[in-house]
Design a protein around this ligand. Structure first.
Ligand SMILES: [Cu+2]
Length: 121
């Protein structure tokens, strides 16, 4: 089991490291997948880093196998609140026009582990 946890952590790190920090505002695309691990639901990668002014495209995939089959993906500071159904990926797009660190939550389930959008100057 410990080995499985280590593999999972290593995979998360690789996913996070794959999204290198952009130097200038540029279009950024992320595939963000909702997974469940030992009862914990979380969108991965959990931290999205972009530059202010970037156009951000997100492909949201809900891969949580347990019920319910819908989860939320919301960035309240950006007025984003999507509901993503298992088996029905959703694409969204927005411009990161405010800098700062903004919570990403599942607006349907308070216990769903959140993340953050980091918008650098
Ligand atoms: Cu949820």
């Amino acid at each position: 089991m410990r080995r499985l946890v280590t593999c999972f952590a290593a995979a998360l790190c690789l996913v996070l490291a794959a999204h290198a920090l952009p130097v200038h505002a540029e279009d950024m695309s992320f595939t963000v997948v909702n997974v469940e691990y030992e009862g914990t639901k979380i969108w991965v990668p959990s931290t999205l880093v972009v530059r202010k002014g970037s156009k951000v495209r997100l492909k949201l995939i809900n891969n949580v196998p347990s019920d319910p089959n819908q989860h939320g993906f919301a960035i309240p500071a950006y007025n984003i609140a999507e509901i993503v159904t298992r088996g029905e990926p959703k694409q969204i797009e927005f411009t990161a026009d405010k800098e700062g660190v903004f919570p990403i939550i599942c607006q349907l389930h308070p216990a769903h582990v959140g993340g953050e959008l980091v918008v650098l100057p």
